[in-house]
Ligand binder design. Structure first.
Ligand code: ADP
Ligand code: MG
Length: 239
């Protein structure tokens, strides 16, 4: 094995301003299609950032890069001020560091299992070996999201809004730092949308939330709105 080629590159630190994730002129090209170009953005600890823009403007792709699920073609991404390589290996390392929780448009659960079991998937604790302190902390997350009465119910009896709140609970349990939600209210009616957004924004604590949405009511609850158009940042609105 070529030891030099395998050695880690020396991390380059950005200026000491506090930034959780920084995009510097990030672009993504697939085949001959430019999906994102020239994206420069600082994401700060604790903010609730809404990503808006028409379908096809690049919101999901940007979310996937943020979650380190996909690479980028140009530019630099920093996590905690340290550059992340676009390779799967570097991205996986960065993902573990940030421990992203992910909320999708329609949640996927272990069918027939309880709300509690599904919420605990990311921490892989089974009922016999759960530490009491940890368990009560996770339980509090579920209760805080209005799921206290259905902890032991099967997920199959939950309403759409309850399912999405469970999905948020699971993401909160999975991550202490960043929660990413891609159109989490797209499949919900308006009453449920309100509750889910409340849950997402209020329960975040010190976490950073990034939410891609078409819904102006979601964006209203965020601290900053980034508008995308044709894969570029069109406008940034500070709340
Ligand atoms: N893997 C891919 N290959 C080719 N085109 C893609 C790929 N992923 C997304 N796109 C295209 O990139 C554009 C942005 O997609 P997307 O990020 O899903 O936007 P949004 O979430 O805002 O609707 C769309 O035109 C989409 O068809
Ligand atoms: Mg999308």
């Amino acid at each position: 094995m070529n030891r030099l080629a395998d050695a880690p590159t020396v991390p380059f630190r950005t200026s000491p301003h506090e930034s959780l994730v920084t995009f510097d002129a990030v672009g993504k090209i697939v085949g001959r299609t430019t999906i994102l170009s020239g994206i420069s953005l600082d994401i700060h600890p604790g903010e609730a950032l809404a990503l808006m823009g028409p379908s096809g403007s690049g919101k999901s792709t940007l979310m996937a890069i943020l979650g380190m699920f996909t690479g980028w073609s140009s530019g630099t991404v920093f996590v905690d001020g340290v550059t992340v390589g676009a390779s799967a290996r570097s991205r996986n390392r960065a993902r573990r560091e940030l421990g992203f929780g992910w909320v999708g448009q329609t949640p996927a659960f272990l069918p027939g299992r309880s709300v509690l079991d599904n919420a605990l998937i990311p921490v892989r604790v089974d009922s016999r070996s759960r530490s009491r302190a940890r368990f009560s902390e996770y339980r509090d997350v579920l209760v805080g999201l209005g799921l206290g009465r259905v902890l032991h119910s099967s997920v199959s009896v939950l309403s759409g809004g309850e399912q999405q709140r469970l999905s948020i609970a699971r993401a909160l349990i999975a991550s202490r730092r960043v929660l990413l939600a891609d159109e989490p209210t797209a499949a919900l009616d308006s009453a449920n949308t309100g509750q889910v957004i409340d849950a997402l924004v209020r329960s975040r604590g010190a976490r950073t939330v990034v939410v891609a949405t078409h819904d102006p009511r979601v964006a209203e609850r965020c601290t900053r709105v980034v508008w995308l158009r044709d894969g570029e940042i069109d406008l940034v609105e500070q709340a």
